[in-house]
Design a binder for this molecule. Structure first.
Ligand code: FAD
Length: 336
């Protein structure tokens, strides 16, 4: 089966490796150049482990990261590790068409039979029996395929920092009265902290206005154990979050995985695990139906929908610890 994977993020690359593992050579099309470095860590959750184990990368990634306890049956609940390191390991042995942007789907009758890609050298078509949109939250493949998606800007946002100073604890978390999180993740590159705040009406400018020192004081009120890590910080980062939900996953000749299909609020801490799990399920389904893309998509959806349904039903509320009542002044940002 000729498979074109649109997007060389974690979900697309895990699919490509899972297919290569089964003797299927996909084409991966990525619009970015290969030398873009993604800074900072990711907290890889246990939901990613099966997919990484199958392609022989779990032990290597774990040894290059830091275990986040609790440890059950010898495995940590998550691994704090550099995003770029994970991408580099996944890319090994794959041929990726860099700086090629998918701009159209090619159709015959009602069926998708390829993609049109644009690069410096112009435009060309790539034939495919199956096109996989692994192209993230604002998926072009999803839009071109006519797959309806609910996109919702979250009412929370993240204000965070990175520090070269390590923490004794692999992970610290505390919750405000309404269940918003303050976290600190240790990884081999240092620490990364974040506070999930109500998205302020004034956006980034309003969130940053009180200044770094005021932020440090308020954040340490929630997470005193982060004092050493935050001490040298001079810069904050503000991120808003788009959540994505799709009822339909596929159309003839095309399907979706990862954040193109379901992007949850990062507070849930499972985004990469869901994406890698999608990729693994699709790789298995293609491997078992090598000459029949429709049968592969039917298997993919039949296996994967029930596996992700509980996560999608509960959403990030599943990880919230809500004390209830008024949120005290000192647990609000920006301060009134
Ligand atoms: C702020 C934040 C923090 C997060 N923290 C965590 C965490 O700690 N733990 C966790 O498990 N998850 C986390 N996630 C989620 C996690 O990053 C993703 O689930 C994971 O990276 C998989 O994403 P993806 O591969 O589906 O999409 P992406 O990583 O978005 O990759 C999509 C790729 O497609 C390419 N592309 C897009 N359009 C086209 C096109 N038309 N043609 C060609 N290429 C195209 C893009 O360049 C990109 O490389 C976080 C997400 C955010 C936003």
């Amino acid at each position: 089966m000729r498979v074109v994977i649109v997007g060389g993020g974690m979900a697309g690359l895990v699919l490509a490796r899972g297919l290569a593992h089964r003797g299927v050579s996909p084409i991966v099309v990525e619009r970015m150049p290969p030398d873009v470095v993604v800074e900072g860590p990711i907290m890889l959750p246990f939901q990613a482990y099966d997919a990484l184990e199958e392609i022989g990368l779990l032990a290597e990634i774990r040894s290059a990261g830091r275990d986040v306890p609790p440890i059950r049956n010898g495995q940590p609940v998550a691994i704090g590790v550099g995003r770029q390191l994970v991408l580099d390991r996944l890319r090994e042995g794959l041929e990726i068409s860099w700086e090629q942007e998918v701009v159209e789907l090619v159709r015959e009758g009602g069926r998708v039979v390829g993609v049109r890609v644009r690069s410096e050298d112009g435009e060309r078509n790539l034939d495919a029996d199956l096109v996989v949109g692994a192209d993230g939250t604002h998926s072009r493949v999803r839009e071109l395929a006519g797959i309806e998606a609910e996109l919702q800007l979250s009412d929370s946002a993240f204000l965070g920092f990175r520090s070269p100073v390590h923490s004794d604890d692999a992970f610290l978390i505390n919750f405000t009265a309404d269940g918003r999180q303050a976290t600190l993740l240790d990884w081999p590159g240092g620490t990364a902290g974040g506070w999930q705040i109500d998205r302020p009406e004034g956006g980034e400018a309003a969130a940053l206005a009180p200044g770094v020192e005021a932020f440090k004081r308020a954040y340490l009120g929630l997470l005193p154990g982060a004092a050493a890590a935050i001490e040298p910080v001079t810069e904050l980062r503000y991120r808003e979050v788009m959540e994505v939900h799709c009822e339909t996953w596929s159309r003839p000749g095309v399907t979706l995985i990862g954040e193109a299909l379901h992007a949850m609020n990062p507070e849930a801490g499972i985004g990469s695990g869901l994406g890698m799990g999608d990729a693994q399920a699709l790789a298995i389904a293609i491997g078992r139906n090598r000459d029949d893309p429709d049968a592969a998509l039917a298997d993919y959806e039949r296996w994967r929908r029930p596996a992700v349904a509980p996560y999608l039903a509960v959403g990030s509320q599943g990880v919230r610890v809500v004390r209830g009542g008024e949120v005290p002044h000192e647990e609000r940002w920006p301060p009134a």
